[in-house]
Design a protein around this ligand. Structure first.
Ligand code: UD1
Ligand code: PEP
Length: 429
């Protein structure tokens, strides 16, 4: 298994181009199942999750073509993909494919809406929490689907198509909002989604569905109204920039000092994350489509943060913030409210010398003047990158194992960081 080797201590200086958002790309690719015509997506990131999903969609009959050349790409993916689900050949998403990536469960929405049936393996839990799918199933039932759980599969059917209805989520769920939007877009009549997720990725998917002929209003607020249409058609859409990648590199720059400009991104999508960095003493210059991060030799101040749905502080940046706060001048409190088990990075950060105490949903991070390199590994994507951030500032050498987690969600991580002066390389197994 590959590892990432970092020799810490260099400040980061330079420019990092931000890729398209993983968490928008995945539901956008899934939306291709809702039409027989071609959906063309631009600014698609070169990520393992994209490859995995292309295989899952291929199993349903989606023709997946990659066009264009990604600048500086080593791995040969183009950043434009064309997905054509001319004919759905299989409405089953089998366990062996779904278990590789949770978001693949979301195919249940467009498959059911277009084909009147879907049989999708339950995704099961994962390292960060149990992550049930009850909201998805309740939402599809509200739209008139019959749903059974049979031998680990959610089996959904409609005899006469889906019918619009009110869907009120008990708590905000990004995935359930995507699925409800896709299903309601092809239901008869009006649907209203209450307590909807307002994440920028939801807005991006709604705008793509609208370009495909859907009638969706209110995406980006807690109430989304959808007038169902009979069919959706092809469209061309550019994926929104990755706000989590942006926040991650902002924290890496803040951790090491120096001055880094993140290009092709949108400050307004960072929500509370930028406010938190400013509270910590980090300078942020907001450009039209860029952000410049610097610390000007200042020390890092401790912060008190709770993860929340957008526009609150994102859970997907919690591990990275924790890495940053390990070197703050005081004790930070970081509360994780979205997932019940998203603290696996704590024990690994401790291997680098961090002092963190856990108490239920709270982590108390006592800042240290320095960290020391060590061999570490993590069990999920954002936890892994938090170790990279810590390793960039730690004295000496850090190796991060299980690089496949990073490859799920960070395009050209080593290249982007080394272009700014980091000493980081991939060691092939
Ligand atoms: C591919 C993708 O976009 N993944 C993101 C998405 O995950 P995902 O969409 O899976 O996360 P959700 O927003 O659904 O999860 C929020 C909370 O709701 C709970 N829940 C969700 C559905 C359900 O049926 N029942 C239920 O109880 C979850 O267990 C969790 O505690 O949003 C998360 C929260 O911003 C991010 O961390 C993930 O990076
Ligand atoms: C948790 C994440 O992804 P997923 O929902 O695919 O597990 C993530 O992107 O941080």
């Amino acid at each position: 298994m590959d590892k990432i080797r970092i020799v810490g201590g260099n400040t980061l200086n330079g420019t990092i181009p931000i890729s398209g958002a993983k968490n928008a790309t995945l539901p956008l690719m899934i939306a291709s199942l809702a039409t027989a015509e071609t959906l063309t997506l631009h600014n698609v990131p070169g990520l393992q999750d994209v490859v995995t999903l292309s295989r899952i969609l291929g199993n349903h009959g989606v023709d997946y073509a990659v066009a264009g050349r990604r600048s500086g790409a080593k791995r040969g993916y183009g950043s434009t993909v064309k997905l054509t689900a001319g004919e759905i050949v299989d409405t089953t998403a089998p366990y062996d494919l779904v278990r590789r990536m949770r978001a693949s469960f979301w195919v249940i929405g467009p498959l059911l809406a277009r084909m009147g049936q879907a049989r999708v393996s339950l995704p099961g839990g994962c390292a960060i929490g149990t992550r049930p799918v009850d909201f998805f199933l309740d939402a599809l039932s509200s739209l008139g689907a019959d749903i059974d759980i049979e031998q680990g599969y959610a089996v959904a059917e409609t005899r006469n198509g889906l019918v619009g209805n009110r869907i009120a989520f008990p708590r905000v769920s990004v995935g359930a909002t995507h699925v409800a939007m896709m299903a309601a877009a092809l239901a008869k009549g009006e649907s209203v989604i209450e307590n909807a997720a307002s994440e920028p990725e939801v807005v991006d998917v709604a705008s793509c569905l609208n370009a495909m002929g859907a009638k969706i209003e209110g995406a980006g607020t807690r109430t989304i109204r959808i007038q169902g249409v009979d069919v959706l058609h092809g469209a061309e859409h550019s994926v929104v920039p990755d706000r989590i990648e942006t926040g991650t590199y902002a924290m890496a720059a803040a951790m090491t000092g120096g001055n880094v400009t993140l290009t092709g991104t949108r400050a307004e999508h960072l929500g509370a994350a930028l406010d938190t960095l400013e509270e910590a003493g980090v300078s942020i210059e907001r450009g039209a489509d860029s952000l410049t991060i610097s610390r000007n030799g200042n020390g890092l101040m401790p912060v008190e943060v709770s993860t929340e749905p957008f526009p609150g502080f994102p859970t997907d940046l919690q591990a990275q913030l924790m890495a940053l706060m390990t070197m703050a001048q005081g004790t930070s409190t970081i509360k994780e409210t979205i997932f019940e088990n998203r603290f696996m990075h704590v024990a690994e950060l401790a291997r680098l010398g961090a002092s963190i105490r856990l108490d239920g949903q709270n982590a108390y991070v006592e800042g240290q003047p320095s960290l020391t390199g060590a061999e570490v590994m993590a069990t999920d994507l954002r936890a892994s990158v938090s170790l990279v951030i810590a390793g960039l500032a730690a004295e000496g050498e850090t190796t991060v194992g299980r690089v496949y987690h990073l490859d799920r969600g960070f395009e050209n991580l080593e290249e982007k960081l080394s272009a700014c002066g980091a000493q980081i390389e991939r060691l092939a197994a």
